[in-house]
Ligand binder design. Structure first.
Ligand code: SF4
Length: 415
């Protein structure tokens, strides 16, 4: 490997990290600096990613790889062993110093660190842990740390990572075991799930211990997350939705991230030549929200997909697709329906539903009241009843879909 200075390494290793989508920090707990030794917050620059928490807070993280060299050869990965890319490797101290320098200048609020595997999984994991340990213990770093861990590494090392990081993630990589075998043959679904189980247990045990003893050590207080690559194998949206739901249930994940596969230079012949539409990734995120915040079961989300292909429509969101398919559940009376039914109305988000529930305690709501809470009343009108409005012939209207679907121009943005 040619001698590179820190800036050249940063260029390579920040660019290599951009393929990882799982860079967000919802659920973090602010680290306070009681001893006055802490340092520490935001703007852009090389290697800085902006992540949004569910409360809308934007945080900036230095998002880099420790190295983009790897002994594995996952077909979809630009850093795989057989890939012809410029390689670079940071020392642990370089990552520590870069993080501190960016943090002191208020460029970032934390670090997202991942790595290719060098020498062995344990050797790499030791270095990832050492970065986090040094930041916390040697430099009293109170910022956010998100570590990507290696499922093959010694569980004791993975545990160490959780003691220093706010969030831990372990990528499941692909939605199906068959896809993983084909595209990442050196990885094992069993080992990945084993590591996620270990992480879940440690998070729960620590949270329990901290309820009883304030002095109990923290362990990944922002939980664990994972990432799935979309469009690199034959998995349908239905497969992906079911997999995501199982991951939330089994491992108590905070987030599942979906990353549309993007063709890479010198791509392996087993990969598709084209990336899936970005809109597909967007629809999967919407499905994810339906399951987490709108009370839809995975089966209901899958039912919104095309029966023949198992794919969610790209031209309309899954909530609207479900409403069009199950018209018998509508119209919903905004003055009487419970929250869970209001959440089913296309175009009504959780905030709008909250506002409706609060306002109707005092008076009956008219269509104009609802219009003030939404972007487009045209999308909602066929699905709701208001004091001065009742739609007719909902079940039979053949022109309903074009009437409520967004214009094609808007979709082009995501094509
Ligand atoms: S182990 Fe990670 S870095 Fe290495 S080839 Fe596979 S996905 Fe890429």
């Amino acid at each position: 490997m040619a001698q590179l200075d820190t800036r050249q390494k940063l260029e390579i290793l920040a660019d290599a990290a951009k393929y990882d989508a799982s860079c967000a920090s919802s659920g973090s707990v602010k680290r306070t600096s009681r001893d006055g030794k802490g340092i520490g917050s935001t703007d852009g620059g090389m290697g800085i990613c902006h992540a949004y928490a569910p409360d809308g807070r934007c945080i900036s993280l230095l998002k880099i790889l420790l190295t983009n060299s790897c002994i594995f050869d996952c077909h979809y990965c630009i850093n795989r062993k057989s890939s012809n890319v410029r390689r670079a490797r940071f020392t642990t101290d370089e990552v520590v110093q870069l993080t501190l320098a960016f943090y002191r200048r208020n460029y970032i609020e934390g670090l997202f660190l991942s790595s290719g595997i060098i020498r062995s999984s344990d050797y790499t994991m030791e270095r990832i842990v050492e970065v986090a340990r040094s930041l916390r213990e040697d430099h009293h770093f109170r910022g956010y740390i998100h570590l990507k861990t290696i499922p093959d590494a010694d569980p004791a090392l993975v545990h160490q990572a959780g003691l220093h990081a706010d969030r831990i993630s372990i990528n499941v990589e692909l939605p199906t075991v068959a896809g993983l075998k084909r595209l990442a043959p050196e990885k094992s679904a069993g080992r990945i799930e084993g590591a996620m189980t270990g992480m879940k247990t440690a998070i729960l045990d620590t949270a329990d211990a901290r309820k009883r003893y304030k002095s109990a050590p923290r362990f990944a207080p922002a939980g664990q997350s994972t990432q799935m690559i979309v469009g690199a194998d034959a998995a349908t949206d239905g497969d992906i939705v079911r997999k995501a739901s199982a991951l939330y249930d089994r491992f108590g994940l905070r987030r599942v991230y979906y990353s549309a596969f993007s063709p890479i230079p010198d791509a392996s012949a087993v990969l598709p030549l084209q990336r899936p539409p970005l809109m597909r990734e967007h629809r999967l995120y919407q499905s994810d929200w339906l399951m987490r915040f709108y009370g839809y079961t995975p089966g209901e989300v899958v039912a919104a997909a095309d029966d023949a292909t198992g794919m969610l429509p790209l031209d309309i969101d899954p909530k609207l697709a479900w409403a069009l398919k199950f018209r018998g559940s509508f119209p919903v009376d905004v003055n009487r329906a419970p929250r869970e039914l209001l959440l089913r109305v296309p175009g009504l988000g959780t905030k709008a539903v909250g506002a409706i529930l609060a306002a109707r305690r005092w008076r009956r709501l008219h269509l104009a009241d609802i219009a003030r809470l939404t972007v487009s009343i045209a999308k909602l009108r066929p699905f709701l009843i208001a004091a001065d409005w009742r739609p007719t012939g909902l079940a039979d209207r053949l022109d309903l879909r074009p009437l409520v679907a967004p214009r094609a121009k808007q979709l082009e943005l995501f094509a």
